[in-house]
Design a protein around this ligand. Sequence first.
Ligand SMILES: C[S@@+](CC[C@H](N)C(=O)[O-])C[C@H]1O[C@@H](n2cnc3c(N)ncnc32)[C@H](O)[C@@H]1O
Length: 360
Amino acid sequence: MTSWGNVYDIIIEPSPTARRWVSRSIYETDLGAAFCGDSLKVLRSKRLQRHKGEVQLVFTSPPFPLITRKKYGNVRGEEYIEWFAQFAPLLGDLVADTGSIVIEMGNAWESGRPVMSTLVLRALLRFLEEGGLNLCQEFVWYNPARLPSPAQWVNVERIRVKDAFTRIWWMSRSDRPKADNRRVLRAYSQSMKRLIQTGKYNAGRRPSEHTIGENSFKVNNNGAIPPNVLNGDEAPSLSSLLKGTNTHSYDQYQLFSRAKNIPLHPARMPPELVEFFLRFLTEERDLVLDPFAGSNTTGAVAEKLGRRWISCEANWEYASSSIARFPPSLITRTCKDLTLEKTDHAASSASSVFTPLFTS
Ligand SMILES: C[S@@+](CC[C@H](N)C(=O)[O-])C[C@H]1O[C@@H](n2cnc3c(N)ncnc32)[C@H](O)[C@@H]1O
């Protein structure tokens, strides 16, 4: 297990050569490897092609077709549909016959108009077609804490309500990709617990025309089957796992980036969302791939859950700083532009601007 007795610093070269390497990782653990580069190139590289037909889950949040450019850059308009479609056959080939591709995408609006763009839907449909994939199920990630947007129509003119969900498409090559909802059961509600305990409820025909049997709700199945509208309550296991250890937390990434004055990734995915799909669609040792990894939330959650992982991110700052999501003792290799340095707690070197993160 992880040894937390030591203090580490992470030294990131500001102008790396690493970004030109597409077939060598920038850091690795026993379970995974992070790449920095254009994923079109990385996915085509020999190193990735070795895993053809082996990836159990592609889980990713690609750059959205936004109206305005985000800091990490994104293709816009019709060009986006073409750009995104190129990934479908590439990812489809990497995925196992029983594997899945799960893509999260937010909504887009027409520039200067209070109407939604259909670009996201068209991009997803085109992706399905190009990859010859099935749409297994659509999910909605509901985020009530999202800031009201688009601001002009929601806050200023008050003619729209706030956009508070992103769409998640679960796609697969076969009709029956590996999946098991028993791995993502939710805690029963109090009323359901009472019902199971007392066994008292009204069986029979409901106005919805469903017939509820005498014993339908008497069996304790260890939890309720989650709906396809997710909101962060789906993965209590990970938060309790993290609370139960003081060795590492997802916050380490934020602490690190702030201490080093590296911009935080502006579109980090909630770890709970990643955990839900990794548990639902993969088992231990399965291979998970994120071709638009950003701060590598996917890799970090995969590591925690004992899944193998590969991530790829084009931006060097995001890719390199994502190493802070991993306990240093798990890092087995880094490229020369990214060094893990053991420092003496008491006599931290003058060059180390970074307050030690990984302390016991
Ligand atoms: C929505 S963000 C992903 C955020 C990530 N899920 C996280 O939790 O941090 C999309 C990322 O894709 C990266 N990206 C855009 N085009 C890329 C490309 N061609 N190859 C690799 N990464 C790319 C962007 O730099 C950005 O960090």
